[in-house]
Design a protein around this ligand. Structure first.
Ligand code: PMP
Length: 283
């Protein structure tokens, strides 16, 4: 695989980053994941907008222009022959030459990108059966709207799900569901889609924003409010969204079947609309 590090395209075995990089020592960095379908980038503009916002919130300069980001993404997709998969991008605050909590403004950021080939991303068998989740307490920090590389607790959440024999975990805080380990979550009652409003308590999903737009266009009612585990267990349907799962039906929460226990018509239709529309707009 060819990867990108600080302006250079290299074989992955030759790519290196300093041990003093603040991304490595302090999780001081941000990332984005953009899906690739038919060799093209899905909702690329959305991911660049959120990258800019994450960098601004952490007082980091954007090291590349929009055109440069697009060129690097396309070059890696082409060099690695990615038809279906992902491009991962990461910007960390770089290597100040020593370990120090305070940061200096003049250190060059470290930019790393690589691709992952994932056949079956769009035609995902899990979308036909739906996935099962458990709830776990949300003990992450208070700025979950910044897409930092600090992913230890989400990783622990995934492991708790794995140990419980299910697919993923939903975080809960003060009695309400916040989001999934790496996705935004929704329940459906009749014609109404309920999802938590944007705040610093959840990541502002790029997929969320597109799916809510398509849902409104398809005449579904969208209600942005928090919901409990009990309400989700009693819902007609549930689903999650992320850049790589797209729209994924959720059919079981803490051992209780949701609706019929099979993917419902609304989640299934939203997945189809999302994939159709985003493929058309891909770059
Ligand atoms: N919430 C969290 C905590 C996430 O990690 C992600 C995916 N990175 C999402 C939501 C979904 O965001 P997106 O649709 O932009 O992939």
């Amino acid at each position: 695989r060819t990867v990108y590090v600080n302006g250079q395209y290299l074989p992955e075995t030759e790519a290196t980053v300093s041990i003093f990089d603040r991304g490595f020592l302090m999780a001081d960095g941000v990332y984005e994941v953009t899906s690739v379908l038919d060799g093209k980038l899905i909702d690329f503009a959305g991911h660049l907008r959120r990258l800019q916002r994450s960098l601004d919130e952490l007082e980091m300069k954007n090291p590349l222009s929009e055109d440069e980001w697009l060129a690097v993404h396309r070059e890696l997709v082409a060099r690695n022959g990615v038809e279906e998969g992902m491009v991962y991008l990461q910007v960390t605050r770089g290597n100040p030459g020593d370990r120090d909590f305070a940061w200096a403004a003049d250190v060059a950021p470290t930019v790393v990108l690589f691709t992952q080939t994932k056949p079956g991303l769009a035609d995902n068998p899990q979308a036909r059966t739906g996935i099962r989740v458990i709830s776990v307490p949300d003990i992450r920090w208070g700025r979950r709207d910044i897409k930092t590389v600090q992913l230890l607790y989400p990783s622990m959440g995934k492991m708790m799900a794995k140990k419980a024999g299910v697919d993923d975990a939903w975080f809960t805080e003060d009695g309400f569901v916040t989001e999934g380990t790496s996705n935004n979550v929704y329940i459906i009652r009749g014609n109404r889609i309920v999802t938590r409003p944007l705040s610093s308590e959840i990541l502002h999903g790029i997929t969320r924003s597109a799916v809510l737009r398509f849902a409104a266009e398809a005449q579904y009612e969208v209600e942005e409010r928090a919901f409990t585990v009990e309400e989700a267990q009693g819902a007609d349907e549930a689903f999650l969204t992320s850049a790589s799962a797209f729209v994924m039906p959720v059919v079981e929460l803490d051992g209780a079947a949701i609706g019929t226990g099979k993917p419902g018509p609304v989640a299934t239709r939203l997945r189809e609309i999302y994939l159709d529309e985003m493929r058309k707009a891909a770059v």
